[in-house]
Structures are given as structure tokens and as C-alpha cells.
Design a protein around this ligand. Structure first.
Ligand SMILES: Cc1cc2nc3c(=O)[nH]c(=O)nc-3n(C[C@H](O)[C@H](O)[C@H](O)COP(=O)(O)OP(=O)(O)OC[C@H]3O[C@@H](n4cnc5c(N)ncnc54)[C@H](O)[C@@H]3O)c2cc1C
Length: 427
């Protein structure tokens, strides 16, 4: 079997402590949180601040999941626009959801500012770049909906987007100034630090292997043989969900997202490529996303194969996309290549489940989870503290495995190939 290689640009600062709280098997905790990514840590931070006793357990190191590997684009909103959310969820929940999603980027930047997190960031917006007339019409529609709600957004014409991105081939786009970029690994580790300082216990290398319930109390067993007791368990395992809760992994389609980073750009190129430091995602069916890193590299990501990558050539599609946008980067070395998992749901919405009282699960961030999971963690903590399901922005839904899940991956791979071909025709 080939060995997967992955060499992320984001580096753990030397000063970060190992998170190795002792696991106390006496007493009953208010909550055990399985998964130490942004979702689990944000829940832990806010739950601890609300006075709950909380233990976070992660199967590996903090930040080893999507939270420490992602592109660091902090984007508010969902895939769906406000009017769709109102139609789909009805006026009351729809409005509440629009309000919640409008503020998911604030959740990140407020936390960085208020908690004085050591996280490199720039908050100059995110551009959704349109490469077809259809995408441009959709951008205009999105712009109208958010602008009427007072959001700081702007429709860009061909010249406007060319000036902001320096990229070739876009007809226009949409700038959302609520968004920005961060170093995602620093953010995740800093979240863990403040959650721990607030009183949450966090333990790495503690895979949870069994959940059971006795006399209304949850028993959480780890691979190392410890058993914890808790009133509530939150599964914050997202795209890395295993078989812990039967059926949960079958409700999502986990996909790989691959990323590359060039060497730091020379000054003449740096002056013309994203000089304002915005993040960009484009409108292709198989979208690519890109940004500059704090140390001046160009970072670009896109969908990758499901088989584990084993050589640099497995990222060739990302390099081709980069040169298509920026031919001047042809001579600049690609120095870093890495990948992680994102979780899609069939309706492209995050799913919240509570199959039994006190057993909660959150999955399906559709590749836009940095802001979403930061904000959702706070709401989850409110729910744990109050028992009021109205605190949750999305309704709790039953666990519904995707029919023929085992074959779904094959279908997705075929769809990706097909969509890539359609995208190529539209260049
Ligand atoms: C390459 C890539 C690029 C992305 N780019 C962006 C972006 O630019 N902007 C954006 O908003 N989103 C982006 N995303 C999505 C974003 O990273 C995720 O939505 C978000 O990090 C999910 O956070 P999480 O806490 O829910 O899950 P994760 O961070 O994946 O954490 C889940 C954790 O659960 C642990 N776990 C699993 N099973 C067990 C078990 N049995 N016991 C204990 N622990 C367990 C895992 O070890 C893991 O640490 C990207 C994702 C990837 C992979």
C-alpha cells in the first residue's frame, strides 16, 4: 500500500503545550466531546465558560483533522442564499438561520480579538469569482439579497475582479467584506489553549471506541481502556467520523480536498496577485479556492482523488489550475502539498442529530466550516447548558444513512470527472 504524503504549510508553534489532561474516571461530567477540531473545541470553550465540566477527547493530535489542515478562508453564509433559507425553513427559523450564518465569520474574528489569540489573520474579504454569465447572474442575486440585509458586500465587474485578484479569465464576481483569512492550525491550537484555560480538559491520542448508557448516564470508553461518565456526549468528528455511532458515517460523503503552496512570491509578482489579501473561491462545479499565506506564498486548493496521495504528481491538477489563473507563476516552485477530508451531506446543509437524549452529533460542513463550526460550537454549548433546542440554529434531525452509501463514493468519483470535463469546456 502506498504511503500517503502530506506536508502542510501550517506549522505548530514550538510553544504549544501537549494537551494531555489526566482522564478521571470518578464522577460524572456534564459533557464529553469526541473530536478536538474547531467544532469540539468551540463547544468546549463556551460550555466551560457556562460552568459545565467538559472533557474533549481526540483520536490524534489537536489540529490533525480538517481544522488544522484547511485553507483558512473564513467565509460567512452557507451554500444557500437568504431567500432559499426562508423558503426551505419557513420565515421564523429561516430568518434566525440567516442571522446566524451572517455572523459566522464574526464568531472567528471576535474570538481572535477578544481572547487575544496568537493567530495570523487578514480581514479584507472573500471573492466568489464568476467564470460564466450564469455564475455572474447568481452573484448578482446573492449580492442583492445580502446587501438588502445590510451586509458589507459588492458586485465586481471584469475590471474590478482583475484588479483585486490579478487572475485571468473571470467575468466578474462578488466581494464579501465580512470574510477573511487566518492560519487555521494556529487558530485551532489557540482555541484549545483558551478552552483549557477556561476549565475544559483536553486529551490527545484518546480514540473513543464505545458509547453506552446506564441509568441515564453515558459511558464513554477509550482505546486506552479508560471509561468516563457524562450526562451528555457530543460527537464532533465530522468528515473523520468512524463507526462509533452506527449509521452516522453513512450520512455523509467524505471527500478529499488537496492543497498546494508555492515558495514565497518575489516582490514583483506579489504586488499583482491578490495585493489586498482577499480569499477567492471560483464558480466552477469542481471549485478551486486560493489565497496568499502570511509568509507570502500562494496557496490553492481543490477536490482531490479519494485514494491516498503518494507522490507530488497527485496534486498536478492543483498546479494546472494555478498556472491557468496566473501564468506568471509557471517558474515559481510548489514547495508544499497536503490534503484533508471534508464532509458533504446530500442536501448540502450541516446536520445535527440527537438520536438519544444527551447524545449529540454534528456532521457535514460542506468545506466551509471554519466560521460555521466556531459559531455552531457556541450554540451547542448553550444547548448543553440550557436544554433548550431553540439555541440550535439548525433543527435536530434523525440519522438517515444515504441509500447505497458504499457505492456513493464511486458515483462521486464519476461525477467529479464529468464536472471537471464540463468546467474545462467553459474555460
Ligand atoms: C483541505 C481542506 C481545506 C478546507 N478549507 C476550508 C476553508 O478554507 N474554509 C472553511 O471554512 N472550511 C474549510 N474546510 C473545512 C473545515 O476545515 C472543516 O469544516 C472544519 O475544520 C471542521 O471542523 P470539525 O471540528 O467539525 O472537524 P475536524 O477538524 O475534522 O475534527 C474532527 C476530529 O475528530 C477526531 N475523531 C474522529 N473520530 C474520533 C474518535 N472515535 N475518537 C476521538 N476523536 C475522533 C479526529 O481526530 C479529528 O481531529 C477545509 C477542509 C479541508 C480538509
Amino acid at each position: 500500500m502506498p504511503v500517503a504524503f502530506s506536508d502542510p504549510i501550517w506549522r505548530k508553534p514550538k510553544a504549544v503545550p501537549a494537551f494531555q489532561s489526566g482522564l478521571s474516571s470518578g464522577g460524572t461530567l456534564d459533557a464529553v466531546i469526541v473530536g478536538g477540531g474547531i467544532m469540539g473545541l468551540s463547544t468546549a470553550l463556551h460550555a466551560a465558560r457556562a460552568g459545565l465540566s467538559v472533557q474533549v477527547l481526540d483520536a490524534g493530535a489537536i489540529g490533525q483533522g480538517a481544522s488544522g489542515l484547511n485553507g483558512g478562508q473564513v467565509i460567512p453564509g452557507l451554500k444557500y442564499d437568504p431567500e432559499w433559507l426562508l423558503r426551505h425553513f419557513g420565515k421564523e427559523r429561516g430568518e434566525a438561520l440567516v442571522e446566524f450564518t451572517a455572523a459566522t465569520a464574526d464568531a472567528v474574528f471576535d474570538l481572535i480579538r477578544n481572547e487575544k489569540l496568537a493567530v495570523p489573520f487578514t480581514r479584507n474579504g472573500w471573492i466568489q469569482a464568476a467564470h460564466t454569465e450564469t455564475a455572474l447572474t447568481a452573484a448578482a442575486n446573492r449580492d442583492r439579497q445580502w446587501r438588502s440585509r445590510g451586509a458589507d458586500v459588492e458586485l465586481l465587474d471584469r475590471a474590478g475582479i482583475a484588479a483585486m485578484t490579478g487572475a485571468r479569465g473571470y467575468l466578474g464576481g462578488w466581494l464579501d467584506r465580512r470574510a477573511g483569512v487566518i492560519d487555521p492550525l494556529s487558530y485551532t491550537l489557540e482555541l484549545a489553549r483558551v478552552a483549557s484555560a477556561a476549565g475544559a480538559s483536553i486529551a490527545e491520542q484518546q480514540r473513543v471506541v464505545k458509547l453506552s448508557k446506564e441509568a441515564g448516564v453515558w459511558r464513554v470508553s477509550t482505546q486506552s481502556g479508560t471509561e468516563l461518565r457524562a450526562k451528555a456526549v457530543v460527537l464532533a468528528t465530522n468528515a473523520y467520523t468512524d463507526g462509533l455511532l452506527p449509521g452516522l458515517a453513512q450520512t455523509i460523503v467524505p471527500l478529499h480536498s488537496f492543497q498546494i503552496a508555492t515558495a514565497p512570491l518575489p516582490a514583483d509578482l506579489a504586488a499583482t496577485i491578490l495585493p489586498g489579501g482577499q480569499a477567492v473561491s471560483d464558480s466552477r462545479r469542481i471549485l478551486i479556492y486560493y489565497r496568499r499565506s502570511p509568509d507570502g506564498r500562494m496557496v490553492l486548493g481543490g477536490r482531490g482523488r479519494m485514494a491516498l496521495p503518494s507522490r507530488a504528481a497527485d496534486w498536478a491538477h492543483c498546479e494546472r489550475a494555478l498556472i491557468r489563473l496566473y501564468p506568471a507563476l509557471a517558474g515559481v516552485a510548489v514547495e508544499k502539498r497536503w490534503f484533508g477530508r471534508v464532509a458533504l451531506t446530500p442536501d448540502h446543509l450541516p446536520h445535527l442529530h440527537e438520536p438519544e437524549k444527551g447524545l449529540l452529533a454534528v456532521v457535514g460542513c460542506q468545506g466551509r466550516g471554519v466560521g460555521l463550526m466556531s459559531a455552531l460550537g457556541r450554540r451547542m454549548a448553550n444547548y448543553l447548558a440550557s436544554g433548550d433546542a431553540g439555541q440550535l440554529p439548525f433543527p435536530l434531525s434523525p440519522i438517515r444513512p444515504i441509500p447505497f452509501h458504499a457505492f456513493r463514493q464511486v458515483g462521486v468519483a464519476a461525477a467529479i470527472t464529468w464536472y471537471r470535463m464540463l468546467d474545462a469546456f467553459e474555460r
